[in-house]
Design a protein around this ligand. Structure first.
Ligand SMILES: Cc1ncc(COP(=O)(O)O)c(C=O)c1O
Length: 410
């Protein structure tokens, strides 16, 4: 049988094309849908070749903790979409942030981090990294002067997530990158809310991108996955030595799911953003809604910045606060609206084709302290909706059910 070789892709392809075309070459059978190499190890032609490959003197897969063709395909595709030289896949989004910290930080180093990042990220920096002598200062997501004021001579890393979960605050990536570089530090951006379909942080000067592939890259709520995007040299010299030793690698099965998920990333993101904007606009007009948080709305505090940074789209996540008088009524009202839904899934995950609805204060942000929660602005009346691919009218009716009965009981 004549082995198949892939066509060489021409330069200058657009993101949508890269998303379906980038990967390793097909096998000798010429499959059009990428093969899943579900194997833990790779047979070597002879002992001498095995020795060269283990010594990294010659390319060739040896063991899936060190590398796997399906995982390589997923890494190549994500790097192509993010516009970075390389990417390294991890077992989850949190593992990508762990890998970043393990690679860059030493005892005595300091990190400046947005106070509005994902709750587990705060716990990772303040709980786990702190055990190893790394200190983190949390600052306002949107106030660049607060980031600047927090910088110390030992600051090595600035870490941001934009837009934030659940309040959708948008930070100025370029301004933070300039600040980091002016003091010899690096900027990492968690890009899982926008995905490269909307936002490519390295275009604005970020040095590293972390991803929860669990979110929009898979896009269908099937697997837990993560990745760190950086230069090839950093993969080779810093991050791959850690993953092959510490073992937080992505399974080939999950890599394949994310690889195929990325093929529809762009089309899904555009559809979900269109629905999210319509939902946010409608929510603003509901008397039982006190406030809507959505970067696509002109009254969002960073609307103009979001439009510049996020390809003119607001993203798929809308949060809103139900009317309430105190924390107790806020929680009760939010629970009522959530429990009245018959279409939306009550789950904290996001990035699914199915719309998800959750109460951040008691779920995703429950493990942080009350002080950290209130600094992040996550009140008891807040509800987060991560818009999927359902019809907008069905989503409005689903949320109206709880809002309207709140009104009736008021
Ligand atoms: C912004 C953000 N970053 C990182 C993560 C962690 O991702 P994973 O659950 O894949 O570890 C999440 C998970 O919800 C998230 O929302």
């Amino acid at each position: 049988m004549t082995p198949m070789t892939a066509k060489k892709l021409p330069p200058g392809l657009h993101l949508d094309t890269l998303a379906v075309r980038v990967g390793i070459e097909p096998s000798q059978y010429g499959e059009n849908s990428e093969t899943m190499y579900l194997t833990s190890s790779f047979v070597q032609p002879d002992a001498a070749t095995a020795a060269r490959r283990f010594a990294q003197e010659e390319d060739g897969y040896v063991y899936t903790r060190v590398g796997n063709p399906t995982v390589t395909s997923m890494e190549l595709r994500l790097a192509a979409l993010e516009g970075t030289e390389a990417a390294i896949a991890t077992s989850s989004g949190m593992a990508a942030i762990l890998l970043l910290g393990m690679g860059l930080l030493r005892a005595g180093d300091h990190v400046v981090c947005s106070q509005s990042v994902f709750g587990s990220t705060v716990r990772l920096f303040s709980g786990e990294f702190a055990k190893f002598g790394v200190e983190t200062t949390y600052v306002s997501q949107t106030d660049v002067s607060a980031w600047a004021a927090a910088i110390r001579p030992n600051t090595k890393l600035l870490f941001a997530e934009t837009p934030t979960n659940p309040l959708t605050d948008v930070c100025d990536i370029q301004a933070l990158a300039d600040l980091a570089h002016s003091v010899g530090a690096k900027l990492a951006v968690d890009n899982c809310f926008c995905s490269p379909a909307l936002q490519q942080p390295t275009r604005f000067g970020a040095d590293y991108i972390t991803h929860s592939g669990t979110k929009y890259l898979d896009g269908q709520g099937r697997v837990v996955a993560g990745a760190l995007c950086c230069t090839q040299k950093e993969v080779d010299d810093i991050f791959l030595p850690i993953t092959r030793t510490a073992g937080m690698v992505l399974s080939p099965f999950n890599a394949w799911v994310v690889l195929k998920g990325m093929e529809t990333l762009s089309i899904r993101m555009k559809a979900q953003c269109t629905t999210a904007l319509e939902l946010a606009t409608w929510l603003q007009d509901q008397p039982q809604v006190a406030r809507v948080f959505y970067p696509g709305l002109p009254n969002h505090p960073q609307h103009a910045l979001a439009m510049r940074q996020q390809s003119g789209l607001g993203g798929p996540v809308v949060s809103f606060e139900v009317q309430h008088t105190d924390a107790i009524s806020g929680r009760a009202n939010a629970f009522h609206v959530i429990d009245s839904t018959q279409v939306c899934s009550i789950t904290t995950n996001l990035g699914d084709t199915k719309t998800t609805i959750c109460h951040p204060a008691s779920t995703s942000h429950a493990r942080i302290t009350e002080a950290q929660r209130s600094a992040a602005g996550v009140g008891q009346g807040l509800i987060r909706v991560a818009v999927g691919l359902e019809n907008i009218e069905d989503l409005k009716a689903d949320i109206a059910r709880g809002l309207n009965s709140l009104k009736a009981s008021a």
